[in-house]
Design a protein around this ligand. Structure first.
Ligand SMILES: [Zn+2]
Length: 404
């Protein structure tokens, strides 16, 4: 299964088809000539790739009136992503629920569905069963049969190898070292993939959000834990074992606070929601704040411990972001969370720590966007990734059929 997702698993002909398909997707509607120009490729190569994509049912032709008098009388043949070629489901495994978004092959949203979870951490097989139920409910909500879904992508927190389907560790799963591929084959009706949830938010930001058109940018998510997606030279960077970008587990304190990963001194052991709730309750007899909104409210009311916890988290995050700027020199960093929103002094303290710890050069800092993330963005990123993966599978199938 290794290499299923990476373009490295495709031969040169299929890789060209994928590039042509992505070009058509970005443009929405484009002629063969303009594709060749955009990809700096020969018209013959583009024509051959388009023929294969048309045969695979992934794209379609549309006629448009000629754009100028030179071509008078001859309609222009444009290419589009085929509508209804397939459906995919993107899912985010959150603490409280599984969020599902079903989209069509053009990326059009068909339905979103939230399936509550009774517990935030469960056995891998129980999680896959819950995913199946969530998928069934989402399909029922839009009149699709579960058999019509061509692919599923699950975004989950933790050390997840998106290339192989192997999960080293996740705060959502009780076991460590789980190969999800056989569980997916047993419980789900179509090819199913996992990926780190922050990677999928980075995908969504790259296509629809602040990262649109950028070559080098980072997305940092701050929630129960702290995640990151890295886009370098226009591509998601995953690392050699598929579990890179673990920003939340970079160490900020030797022999520091215990992290949910089992190690000490991780960034998220100070900045993650669970850590702040834990620290704000220290030394109290069960009457301390039990959520981030309660910590914020306690700090506003003058509670010294709540203020200290917030201040420390802001400074740690600011310094850690400065380290990212010093390492990557990105064009843009998106700092995102779903809820509660960033509506408190936290960002200002953090940005101040960031500015004071970034290497001094005679050039402006990268742009920082502090974003309150619409929860559907996680599932949307997963769905968009699913479109790409199912397209690769279909290109491969067509390639194998052509070779036979
Ligand atoms: Zn950790």
């Amino acid at each position: 299964m290794k290499g299923l997702i990476g373009q490295s698993g495709l031969d040169a002909r299929c890789a060209t088809q994928l590039r042509v398909l992505q070009c058509i997707r970005m443009a929405a509607e484009i002629s063969r000539t303009d594709i060749a120009r955009a990809l700096d490729s020969s018209p013959a190569t583009v024509t051959a790739a388009c023929t294969a994509l048309l045969r695979a049912g992934l794209i379609c032709e549309v006629e448009r009136a000629p754009s100028d008098t030179v071509q008078r009388g001859r309609p222009r043949i444009m290419l589009q992503i085929a509508n209804g070629a397939f459906y995919v489901a993107g899912m985010k495994i959150a603490r409280h629920a599984i969020l599902v978004m079903i989209v069509d092959s053009q990326g059009g949203e068909i339905v979103t569905h939230t399936a509550p979870l009774e517990t935030s951490r469960m056995k891998a097989e129980d999680l896959v069963r819950a995913v199946r139920h969530a998928l069934e409910a989402a399909c029922a909500g839009c009149g699709l049969g579960i058999g019509q879904i061509a692919g599923v992508v699950l975004g989950m927190p933790g050390f997840v190898n998106g290339l192989t389907g192997f999960m080293h560790w996740s705060s959502s799963v009780l076991e460590r070292n789980v190969d999800f591929a056989p569980l997916f084959r047993e419980h789900l009706p179509c090819p199913t993939f996992i990926d780190n949830d922050a990677n999928l938010v980075a995908k969504a930001e790259h296509l629809f959000g602040a990262g649109r058109g950028l070559r080098n940018f980072l997305v940092v998510t701050v929630e129960h834990g702290v995640g990151m997606g890295i886009v370098l030279d226009g591509e998601l960077y995953r690392g050699e074992r598929g579990c890179g970008a673990e920003f939340g587990h970079t160490k900020v304190q030797i022999q520091g606070a215990v992290c949910q990963c089992g190690q000490r001194g991780c960034l998220e052991a100070y900045v993650g929601d669970y850590a702040m709730v834990r620290d704000a309750a220290t030394g109290r007899q069960g009457d301390g704040p039990t959520s981030i909104p309660e910590i914020l409210e306690a700090a506003r009311q003058g509670d010294a411990l709540a203020q200290e916890v917030l201040q420390r988290a802001s400074q740690f995050l600011g310094v850690a972001l400065a380290n990212l700027v010093n390492l990557f020199d990105p064009e843009h960093i998106v700092l995102a969370r779903s809820r509660p929103p960033f509506d408190h002094p936290y960002p200002e303290t953090m940005l101040d720590a960031l500015r004071r710890n970034t290497v001094e050069v005679d050039a402006p800092l990268p742009e920082i966007t502090v974003r309150n993330l619409d929860e559907s963005m996680w599932a949307k990123g997963a769905a968009v990734h699913g479109i790409e993966l199912v397209s690769i599978l279909k290109i491969r199938e067509q390639g194998a059929a052509d070779a036979a």
